[in-house]
Design a protein around this ligand. Structure first.
Ligand code: GLN
Length: 485
């Protein structure tokens, strides 16, 4: 059962070859078996999962039209609201908080008859690259459980890699979908800023955050992206750019391609094995007739610095709402209101979140604002202009997704800077608001997955999906599955 793709499950349920209940039973059983070893979920919501399957079967029995995700199990990163379920953001400060409404992306999944299996682990408030910043536990990489799955959407990536669900949702502010996708050997896509509504996603850095899909092949990824995309009156930054039928676009193929290989992404710091695999992926396109051009993104070297000023600045403002008054953790120790705020926040937030709040508050404070926040915004514009210039010459860029394969649990926890550097290739995409995706392209000698990244023009997700589908028609990396024990 777990080998079935989302497209296959939905087709079988639609044709009544299999009931949603059978699907749900099989997936729930497998999830319960695998989760103790991998620690993918903060919570498996078995009862509502089974109930939604039964309701779908009843709907089909009584002549209702099954949705596009009929009977497909989906895992949700635990920073998105599902009505009635806890949203923890893997933080103690949200202790006991239950969402009172569905995020727009969740509403759309439900409307298409997806079955929501549970909430997956993440770095606290999506700040991190390994899930080690979760206040609860670290998720294990299904390919080697001594290693991290990447982050912050590590639980969602591991769920799909291990076949626990064919699809999952993550969020990506600086690489949190693409880096774990590459570490876990699955596809992950960060849509163009505004493609998917952020309503009901707990905000980290609002000018960078996007919800996006994980899947094991381009067809499934296209299906999920089609469902969650589109304008939403509840998110004024969502775009009214029409949503193409991504699944239908795949059938058309890529057409002639001009691809750029930016030299800054292949310089010092890149693992030699990754370089070789990514360049081999470029060759697959070249052999099929794509024109390959060297391009340059000169301001890419400042992306990490810019991100670690802007993202914490926005986070420091967004996280001000967690004060122990309205919901979540409240200290038992306070003697007055100020102490209530201070102690609730001190007890509720973990070290990385505190670090970001301090960084952001500093960068925004008077006297430092011009030197840090304002300057970072100016360099952000230069990074956008680099991409604009590159996309005048080529249709898409191919780069590595991450500089190394999955690292060992504990390897980078004592050095935040080393942890930050694992996003060196993914961050500029968020700063520019363009779409980016990671596609599996092989394994290291230690049998750890490697991914390449496709960066596209705004709202050209269809072309990127076509590229991924073409690549997967020429290679078999995405078909490999991790060892079960
Ligand atoms: N790892 C990056 C950070 O810690 C990106 C996180 C994300 O995309 N949510 O900020």
């Amino acid at each position: 059962m777990s080998a079935l793709s989302a497209c296959e499950i939905a087709a079988k349920v639609r044709k009544k070859e299999i009931s949603a209940l059978e699907v749900a039973k099989g997936f729930l059983e497998n999830a319960k078996k695998q989760d103790p070893r991998l620690k993918v979920f903060i919570k498996i919501h078995g009862d509502p999962f089974m109930a939604s399957a039964e309701a779908l079967d009843e709907k089909i029995r009584t002549g209702g039209a099954p949705g596009r995700l009929a009977g497909v199990p989906v895992a949700i990163k635990d920073n998105m609201n599902v009505d009635g379920w806890e949203t923890t953001c893997a933080s103690k400060i949200l202790e006991g908080f239950k969402a009172t409404y569905d995020a727009t992306a969740i509403k759309k999944l439900k409307a298409e008859d997806a079955l929501l299996l549970g909430k997956t682990n993440l770095d606290e408030f999506a700040m991190g690259s390994s899930t080690e910043n979760s206040a609860f536990f670290t998720t294990k990489n299904p390919w080697d459980i001594s290693r991290v799955p990447g982050g912050s959407s590590g639980g969602s990536a591991a769920a799909v890699a291990a076949g626990i669900t064919p699809l999952s949702l993550g969020s990506d502010t600086g690489g949190s979908i693409r880096q774990p996708a590459s570490f876990c050997g699955v596809l992950g896509l960060k849509p163009t800023y505004g493609r998917v509504s952020r309503f009901g996603l707990v905000a980290f850095a609002s000018s960078l955050d996007q919800i996006g899909p994980f899947a094991r092949d381009a067809q499934d990824l296209a299906l999920l992206l089609s469902v969650i995309s589109g304008k939403d009156p509840m998110d004024s930054t969502s775009s009214d750019e029409p949503v193409p039928d991504y699944a239908a676009a795949l059938a058309k193929g890529t057409g002639p391609l001009k691809l750029g290989v930016p030299k800054e992404y292949f310089a010092k710091g890149l693992d030699a094995e990754i370089k070789e695999k990514v360049l081999a992926a470029v060759k697959v396109f070249e052999k099929a007739g794509a024109k390959i051009e060297d391009v340059s993104l000169p301001h890419m070297s400042s992306a990490i610095e810019v991100y670690y000023i802007l993202a914490p600045s926005e986070a420091s403002a967004n996280l001000a709402r967690f004060d122990g008054i309205r919901y979540g953790h409240r200290t038992k120790e306070a003697k007055n209101l100020l102490e209530l705020y201070e102690k609730s926040r001190d007890e509720g937030f973990g070290p990385e979140v505190k670090r970001r709040i301090m960084l952001g508050t500093y960068a925004l404070s008077s006297g430092y604002y011009d030197a840090f926040y304002l300057k970072a915004q100016k360099v952000r514009t230069l990074i956008c202009q680099d991409f604009e210039a590159a996309f005048k010459k080529v249709d898409a860029l191919i780069t590595p997704t991450a500089p190394t394969p999955a690292f060992k649990i504990g390897d980078k926890t004592s050095d935040p800077l080393q942890m930050y550097l694992s996003d060196v290739y993914t961050i500029s995409c968020n700063l520019a608001g363009i779409p980016g995706m990671s596609v599996p392209c092989g394994f290291s000698k230690e049998k750890l997955p490697v991914g390449f990244q496709i960066l596209g023009r705004p709202f050209e997700e269809a072309r990127m999906l076509q590229m991924a589908a073409f690549y997967q028609s020429q290679t078999a990396w995405h078909k490999e599955t991790p060892p079960l024990n």
